[in-house]
Design a protein around this ligand. Structure first.
Ligand SMILES: Cc1cc2nc3c(=O)[nH]c(=O)nc-3n(C[C@H](O)[C@H](O)[C@H](O)COP(=O)(O)O)c2cc1C
Length: 211
């Protein structure tokens, strides 16, 4: 019984350290400038307010698409972005001046859907210059093997967010202008891409060089 007071003190200490009165633990400041610091990418991440119409290279386009949702484990066919139930529900469409394409992640290739320039479906005349690339993230909720409609829509939004952040971080790394946007002319997009009911166009991301 002589250990009882000591036990009580230890218990009280642990309550204090886990409870609301716990002392604040200061974290290290992010090293965003160190050589090859990955944190610099997060420091640079922001949504652009203006875009340049200058073309971007195929190298950049290829890297954005692979970073966004390419295959990074060929043995399992898994992707750079996680997806609920590994449904791989997010498709990426690319809108350029000369047409609209679907990213074929298996072939790491772009398949032309239309020769229409649909970039204004997203941006209208909001910006002085049209960016050369607009990525559209579409979730096909029929790919989830189970789940109520509500659950599927929740997973779709989360999965699209993960792909979007891959694009945003890639752009921050390459010092490109990018902005995730949910506004778009849905009817025109659905018609151009012939989207069926299970395919939800959730987010578009214009990308360009910085002005
Ligand atoms: C889900 C989502 C939807 C958004 N939709 C739009 C949009 O339709 N139009 C727009 O200009 N920006 C849109 N944004 C960008 C936000 O306005 C922007 O992220 C916010 O102002 C914070 O700025 P920051 O990204 O530079 O931190 C959206 C962002 C998110 C995450």
């Amino acid at each position: 019984m002589k250990f009882l007071p000591a036990l009580i003190v230890i218990s009280l200490l642990s309550i204090k350290s886990n409870g609301q009165n716990a002392t604040v633990k200061k974290l290290n400041a992010p090293d965003t400038v160190g050589e090859n610091s990955f944190l610099e990418v997060f420091q640079n991440r922001s949504s652009a307010h203006e875009f340049s119409s200058e073309p971007l290279s195929d190298e950049i386009l290829s890297e954005i698409l692979w970073a966004a949702n390419g295959v990074n484990r060929p043995e399992s066919g898994k992707r750079t972005a996680a997806s609920a139930l590994n449904a791989q529900d997010v498709d990426i469409y690319v809108f350029e001046a000369e047409g609209t394409y679907l990213y074929d992640y298996k072939e790491h290739a772009l398949k032309m859907i239309s020769d229409t320039d649909g970039r204004t479906f997203f941006l209208g005349s909001q910006y002085e210059e049209l960016p050369p690339l607009v990525f559209l993230l579409v979730s096909d909720v029929s790919r989830f093997s189970f789940g109520t409609e509500e659950m599927r829509l929740e997973w779709a939004a989360i999965d699209v967010g993960l792909v979007a952040q891959n694009i945003m971080l890639y752009c921050a790394w390459r010092d490109l202008a990018a902005r995730p946007r949910s506004l778009m002319e849905h009817e025109k997009v659905i018609e151009l891409l012939q989207l069926t009911e299970s395919k939800h166009a959730l987010l578009n991301i214009p990308v360009s060089k910085k002005k």
